[in-house]
Design a binder for this molecule. Structure first.
Ligand SMILES: [Zn+2]
Length: 265
């Protein structure tokens, strides 16, 4: 049994979804202001979802979004009429929908800008004037069990830091900022708390070297801010002995080096 209930607003026609949201004579003014292609009369007897699909195919996305907001507000007006006996003017619905969607889009744009700022990848920053920055990393070839000064076990990272400091001292750099992407090693150095393991032995060597500098600091840097050191460490897996480039760099890290150059230079 199908029960037909008359539209509570015009009280002229059965209240189908299409009637309540769009075809009701009380919405005539709204339909005129909207100027949307509203689908032909043959859609009057099909499920409302088909009417919606027909509109979406005839409108650009922004118009269709506004139409959905307007339907939302029309349904709110209908409920006000049923439950509060209060019929809101249909003429105001279009402006209300436009304001709502403008506010909504504005809020989303602001969120997007904030997200971009938060997601900006970490990058290498130049040290203060008069200081030299040392970036260290270790790389490990697990198949050949070869460590290049590069990455992963803390002891390889700690040895990379020690070698970096020794190199800086050999070049007479007295003010150095050292950066490594090995968080636990950097924390152990800054806390002056060498663990009682092989890493601790290397850390004690590092502490001995520190006296040779007038200023030295250690900082953790995410991998993305340590790309050149990471590239060189991987390169060293294929070499024996020490490789030094002065005022130059291997071709394979050239793009990474140029990416680190401060924009102001
Ligand atoms: Zn009606």
């Amino acid at each position: 049994m199908q029960l037909e209930v008359d539209c509570p607003i015009c009280v002229k026609k059965p209240e189908t979804s299409l009637h309540a949201l769009w075809r009701c004579s009380s919405l005539k003014e709204l339909r005129c202001v909207c100027n949307f292609a509203a689908g032909d009369a043959s859609l009057d007897n099909v499920p409302f979802i088909e009417f919606v699909i027909s509109c979406s195919s005839q409108l650009v996305l922004k118009e269709f979004e506004l139409l959905c907001i307007i339907w939302w507000r029309v349904w709110h007006r209908r409920n006000k009429a049923v439950h509060n006996n209060n019929i809101l003017p249909a003429a105001e619905i279009y402006d209300w929908g436009c304001n709502f969607i403008t506010d909504y889009r504005g809020a989303n744009e602001r969120q997007y800008v904030q997200k971009v700022e938060v997601l900006r990848p970490p990058r290498w920053l130049a040290p203060p004037f008069g200081s030299v920055k040392i970036n260290t990393d270790a790389a490990l070839n697990f198949q050949l069990k070869v460590a290049g000064f590069g990455n992963k076990p803390p002891i390889a990272e700690a040895l990379a830091i020690l070698e970096g400091l020794r190199f800086a001292f050999s070049r007479n750099f007295s003010k150095v900022c050292l950066e490594s992407d090995a968080l636990c090693v950097v924390q152990a150095i800054n806390n002056k708390s060498p663990p009682s393991s092989e890493v601790g032995v290397v850390l004690n060597d590092i502490f001995l070297v520190l006296d040779r500098f007038s200023e030295v600091s250690f900082a953790f840097v995410p991998r993305l801010g340590n790309k050149v050191a990471h590239g060189l460490a991987k390169l060293e897996l294929n070499h024996e002995g020490e490789s030094v480039w002065l005022n130059d760099c291997p071709l394979c890290v050239e793009n990474l080096v140029l990416g680190d150059v401060p924009i102001s230079l």
